[in-house]
Design a protein around this ligand. Sequence first.
Ligand code: NDP
Ligand code: 2IT
Length: 445
Amino acid sequence: MDNKVKEFMARIIAKNPGELEFHQAVEEVAESLIPYIEENPRYKVAKILERIAEPERVIIFRVPWMDDKGEVQISRGYRVEMNSAIGPYKGGLRFHPTVNLGILKFLAFEQVLKNSLTTLPMGGGKGGSDFDPKGKSDNEVMSFCQSFMTELCKHIGPDTDIPAGDIGVGGREIGFLFGQYKRIRNEFTGVLTGKAIEWGGSLIRPEATGYGQVYFAKEMLKTRGDSFKGKIVTVSGSGNVAQFATQKVTEFGGKVVTLSDSAGYIYDPEGIDAEKLAYVMELKNVKRGRIKEYAAKYGCTYVDGKRPWEVKCDIALPSATQNEINGDDAKMLLDNGCYCVSEGANMPSTPEAITAYQNAKILFGPGKAANAGGVATSGLEMSQNSLRLSWTREEVDQKLHQIMIDIHENCVKYGKDGDYIDYVKGANIGGFVKVADAMMAQGVV
Ligand code: NDP
Ligand code: 2IT
């Protein structure tokens, strides 16, 4: 590691002890940015890198709620308001038992650069709770969401901070959160995105992250005169992002052969077509079952306790969670001929995995670029809310597609190195410049 990166990271680690995912996310960005800042010393003098690694504000709060047995439960709530240089804080809420401050800081940090890449005026934030929605009744989820919003509503607003979904937060949770915000504040505003269409949501928002991830991969493939047609694709996860990535790959003529959840993965060599995907959507979004049930229904393989990276593929679309592809997994992918990875999840590849992709010079789209379609379409939902109008499916999808093309172009602008496009460097510098210039213009704030 470069000495300057080492010194910078020593200070980050000392100031944020134990926050491993945050260190990992900052280090990856620092490796791209420090050489760039050396060439552009105005950012160095203004200490922009040090400033973007320090949240503007962190809110931590108690979330008491009552379960169906009448027992009081205490969860912990968070909102990390990372950077508001180019717009109000914007980013999802994650409800998962592993949630802690370090994970939310990594997500908020990534969000700042991602939101900048979308071309829309959004700052970055992230929040959530260690509450586990799995196995809870609708009533328990509602009780939790109402308690969570009773505190969170003091800190957010349509011009201040606009949360949305992430792991464990989908349409059901956004509904309960929105209802409580409206009741307490007596305001019907676009304070959350991912709303249902009948009460201020945008068409294509549910599809947007997965579609965007595939649109980004399509652009990467195009640089080598290639496409999804006839390609074997592995997808991890079986939630929001994985479902709509699968749909778009199939539409583009590729074949998705795996899906997973935290218990294991299914391998269906015939491909997960539209009918099978409809079954997955019902299983995951309505019945809230396990992916294992797919294998029983369609008579294919289920591999317990493993991730799908041992399956031979041309293209991999990690769409579950952080650090789900380690160095060994990356080696397996490469040995099996995989030559394109487009990240739907946030930071799914470990630093060792990224180094392996870069050494092999495969097409690698990092999450902050490849999964930016979700938050971009949240930005389009905010625009529609402000206009008090709603656009058609085709209009929103066309805007999303163009944004993904523009993000790809921006990554090429900053990441092209001879014949090879380093999308990590491209996304990090491309996202940074706008935020940094806005911070410079706004003074030491
Ligand atoms: P969902 O909650 O809809 O689905 C998450 C999926 O990932 C589930 O299949 C889940 O399995 C699996 N998963 C979650 N945690 C783990 C874990 N620790 N180990 C293995 N599998 C796990 O979430 P989303 O689809 O919305 O989010 C998936 C990823 O995409 C996340 O990294 C998120 O940050 C990112 N993302 C999401 C966006 C969005 O708009 N929703 C936008 C941009 C990025 P199980 O059910 O067993 O927990
Ligand atoms: O990681 C992400 O970009 C999201 N979970 C979506 C955030 C948003 O505000 O739509």
